[in-house]
Design a protein around this ligand. Sequence first.
Ligand SMILES: *[C@@H]1O[C@H](CO)[C@@H](O)[C@H](O)[C@H]1NC(C)=O
Ligand SMILES: *[C@@H]1O[C@H](CO)[C@@H](O)[C@H](O)[C@H]1NC(C)=O
Ligand SMILES: *[C@@H]1O[C@H](CO)[C@@H](O)[C@H](O)[C@H]1NC(C)=O
Length: 277
Amino acid sequence: MAKLKMSSTLLLLSVLLVSLAAISSPSAHPAYDDGTDSCGLVGAAPKAGPVRREVYGEGGRIIDITHFYREDMPFGEWGRVDLGQFLWLRMSMANGSLYNFSELKLPAHAGTHVDAPGHMFKDYFDAGFDIDTLDLDVLNGPALLVDVPRDKNITAEVMESLHIPRGVRRVLFRTLNTDKKLMWKKEFDTSFVGFMKDGAQWLVDNTDIKLVGIDYLSVAALVDLIPTHLVFLESREIILVEALKLENVEAGIYSLHCLPLRLRGAEGSPIRCILIK
Ligand SMILES: *[C@@H]1O[C@H](CO)[C@@H](O)[C@H](O)[C@H]1NC(C)=O
Ligand SMILES: *[C@@H]1O[C@H](CO)[C@@H](O)[C@H](O)[C@H]1NC(C)=O
Ligand SMILES: *[C@@H]1O[C@H](CO)[C@@H](O)[C@H](O)[C@H]1NC(C)=O
């Protein structure tokens, strides 16, 4: 440390940052250690660790429906079954740096994420229909959380049986994927439930739904992966939010708030979604 040369401005800045951190660090929380260390990095969480929450506010009025990123989260691309390491320290206090400083490398379709029209349409990708063009008005507003029959993929017949009224613009579909806790398993499960092409077509033709949310990594069942995405994304009016955490939430109407990263040129992005009662 003594060897470090710093400009006085930088020194001032670090002093400022340190005091800011001291001011804003929560001290009133009942301290307990849930055994999770924040990012799977070396060095266990201190005994008086942070409180991890799935709900916030009075009466649990805010529900986090985003999965936290884990190395052993399922991910079925590039011959990988799980996500693997995505976060590491570039600078660390343990190595004599003045601060810990991590770097992140995440596939754009890992964990809870959103698809842009360019995901499956080459022309849309080339024309720039990327994450930064997604309509925040669609991503934020009243939403319906529904349970679908557990014995089928989401076909036209299933869609019809749900009787989702016209005027409903945002629907989160809870499926067998949640019951089977698929997002909590390391191995990517190819038998996950999703939309079949005819289910997607039925939704497009007979509902006003512009946001489709689902509880595994793809809105489309694997057997109908590409055709289903094409049906959904063709109009560029429907936004697909995938791998939502829909456990321990009652079916019903909520205010949904989803914000992707502002990634230009990307056809997918991590997204934080919450429900407000
Ligand atoms: C810190 O040092 C350890 C071993 O001393 C090394 O494994 C690690 O990569 C270093 N990390 C950084 C960020 O330099
Ligand atoms: C990060 O900073 C803390 C001090 O706040 C230090 O104890 C710890 O060793 C650092 N972590 C790593 C992995 O270097
Ligand atoms: C849904 O489709 C997948 C193939 O994509 C299949 O393996 C699975 O059994 C189907 N699920 C149900 C509940 O029918």
